[in-house]
Design a protein around this ligand. Sequence first.
Ligand code: FPP
Length: 263
Amino acid sequence: MNQLFKEFEDKLDPSSREAELLSSIDPDKLPRHIAIIMDGNGRWAKQRHLPRVAGHRSGIESVRAVVETAARLSIPVLTLYAFSAENWKRPREEISTLMDLLKEYIQKELDTIHRNNIRFLTIGRIHELPASVKTALSAAEMQTRDNTGTKMVVALNYSGRLELVDSFNSLLEKGVDHPIGEKDIDSRLYTVGLPEPDLLIRTSGEMRVSNFLLWQIAYAEIVVTEVLWPDFRERHLLEAVLEFQRRERRYGGIRSVTFESAR
Ligand code: FPP
């Protein structure tokens, strides 16, 4: 077991399910980028006869848990779908609670994030968010910009289709004078410089990609769990990583591709 895993293991109760899962994970075959569609907050609240926003509030605990676990596993990138461009259709109070929760999360967690060498980043049409949210986000990006550990990417006012529209328009503005290729599109995505997600997790059982990272998930393994987002914890992330490691990845070929040659 490598040193990082050893440190992680030392923090776990040896008889716990988490320790058992960790011991089955191959540290040489970790995903380089895990993307998560955090779904089921509303259903979680409904089951408890609580307002929908109680589900979002509870979902913050899950965010904390996955960020901590991803950092402990040294996953290079973790992207969380926190607010889609379509989410503006929700009731005004729900939107403002989500924005408040985001600010609250940054206020409470930024020091811990920074101490753990995590770099905070955002993707999406950030310029359309309320000013107070933009201020909190840029403070978080600024404070953590030199961190070299896990990149925590929060997708806000995000739409995979609009990301492609923005990429194409940015190429047009640049005045491209040759037929557009994949590399040109890649170079203008919000995720430029990040590896593509190799594991996409969706909670609460829905089998949809919901306009999330449409271009980047071309070869991602998709793991859908029935667990509702507010119940998602360390063990569920470890289970998803194990499931990912069990899959045979072929990238359109006929043989399973080794992790080294896929990179
Ligand atoms: C989907 O559940 C969840 C969301 C739209 C919001 C997720 C946001 C958070 C957990 C908080 C902010 C995040 C960060 C990174 C600090 P839903 O409401 O669609 O659930 P339902 O499908 O059961 O109704």
